[in-house]
Design a protein around this ligand. Structure first.
Ligand SMILES: NC(=O)c1ccc[n+]([C@@H]2O[C@H](COP(=O)([O-])OP(=O)(O)OC[C@H]3O[C@@H](n4cnc5c(N)ncnc54)[C@H](OP(=O)(O)O)[C@@H]3O)[C@@H](O)[C@H]2O)c1
Length: 372
């Protein structure tokens, strides 16, 4: 078999110079020119790790699961006057949001806890109100409803009183999830999940940014490891979390000059500890999905295959970590450290290794290892 060599157009040295095209010296000189030219186009500022306005940039590009930031930073590595800083969290009815509201309050923050079910008299808001603390304020907030988001901005603005201070933190935590292969998932489902996870995050962030900018504060977006790697039967959720990642990156670039920091928290599997899925919810999703399947899909795949997928999802949901403290500590660090990380990865070792392999190895290898 004849091997075909690629044409190294860029490495060829001009004949006119009389130099040998593959002489190591020539190749080295050519590569140096090729590499240094694009580098010279960067402004020098880009390569600096200390910024006069935003302080030092943390060198650690990722956090290991076993080095999840401690929730007890000393006063040296914590922003000053936490008691005067306010944070709004969305989705505080249950799960991470509910625990985070309590944790931030216990650490001295003024907490605005957005609750989806407050107007229905349901959900976690009752427990939060029962704390009877002037630093814990619950409010009705559906992130899909533009009017409710506007009202929340007004409420926070009025509560802050001293308008120059602004809002220190916004935690976009509200989220929903579903499962099902692409052929099994209706367009309505794709749009419903995106409405909360992606557009809800964008809507809430845009509405609160003026207040956050005033405080030179923080936006903390709760993404997921599923915002970094795809997974079979999770496309409706993955695409929204990939969207949150892209949104957060763009916002971080834009907000840098405003002194606002944007952090992304990418939790692993904590489903067993939150209300994202319950056995009843999985059953309800599965029943609805089977009902709505197009005839051709139902006949081609059959009920047995469908039930197998549902069982896999149930196993995944039962296999998660039940201790949410790594997530809560990561968010606290993002809000309280003078130099927060860009990304936090609270997850167990299995998912951390899998995420690194899926995002760094060639797909041909990563897919073989984890998917096929
Ligand atoms: N648990 C995990 O393993 C995991 C992993 C990675 C990322 N995450 C992310 O973490 C975040 C929190 O999820 P969780 O696990 O704590 O689940 P959760 O217990 O279900 O919390 C999500 C919260 O968001 C609320 N919510 C739903 N739709 C909303 C809307 N339109 N407006 C405002 N709030 C709304 C829910 O209210 P109701 O309860 O009233 O519906 C619930 O309180 C989500 O963004 C999720 O994607 C979770």
């Amino acid at each position: 078999m004849r091997l075909r060599y690629p044409r190294y157009r860029y490495l060829r040295f001009p004949r006119a110079t009389g130099a040998c095209c593959w002489c190591p010296l020539s190749v080295g000189r050519m590569l140096a020119t090729r590499v240094s030219r694009p580098l010279s186009r960067f402004s020098v500022r880009t390569l600096k790790f200390v910024d006069m306005r935003n302080g030092p940039r943390p060198m650690r590009g990722f956090s290991f699961p076993f080095s999840t930031p401690s929730s007890s930073p000393s006063s040296m590595n914590q922003v000053e006057e936490i008691g005067k800083r306010s944070v709004l969290i969305t989705g505080c009815d249950s799960g991470f949001g509910f625990s985070l509201a309590k944790h931030l309050h216990s650490r001295g923050f003024i907490v605005f806890a957005g609750c989806l079910q407050k107007d229905k008299g349901e959900g976690g808001y009752k427990d939060l109100d029962a704390m009877n603390s002037s630093r814990m304020r619950t409010l009705q907030l559906n992130v899909c409803d533009g009017k409710e988001v506007e009202r929340a901005v007004e409420y926070v603005n009025t509560s802050l009183g001293d308008s120059d201070r602004g809002l220190w933190g916004l935690v976009n935590n509200a989220g929903v999830s579903t499962f099902g292969e692409v052929e099994f998932t209706s367009m309505d489902t794709y749009m419903e999940v995106a409405e909360v996870n992606l557009w809800g995050t964008v809507r809430t962030t845009k509405a609160f940014l003026p207040l956050i900018r005033r405080a030179k504060g923080r936006v903390v977006n709760i993404s997921s490891m599923m915002g970094r790697m795809g997974s079979p039967a999770r496309s409706p959720y993955c695409i929204t979390k990939f969207g949150v990642e892209a949104f957060s990156d763009c916002l971080r670039y834009e907000m840098h000059s405003q002194g606002v920091k944007v952090c992304i928290v990418e939790p692993g599997n904590f489903i067993a500890a939150t209300s994202l899925y319950s056995p009843e919810r999985i059953k309800a999703i599965a029943d609805k999905m089977w009902e709505e399947l197009p005839e051709v899909v139902r006949n081609d795949y059959g009920r047995e295959y469908f039930d197998e997928q549902v069982n896999k999802m149930e196993t995944y949901c039962n296999s998660g970590s039940v201790d949410t403290s790594p997530v809560i500590e990561s968010i606290f660090h993002a809000l309280s450290s003078p130099t927060p990380y860009t990304r936090y990865h609270p997850m167990d070792y299995y998912w951390w290794v899998r995420m690194q392999i899926m995002t760094h190895m060639p797909a041909a290898i990563a897919d073989r290892l984890y998917v096929y």
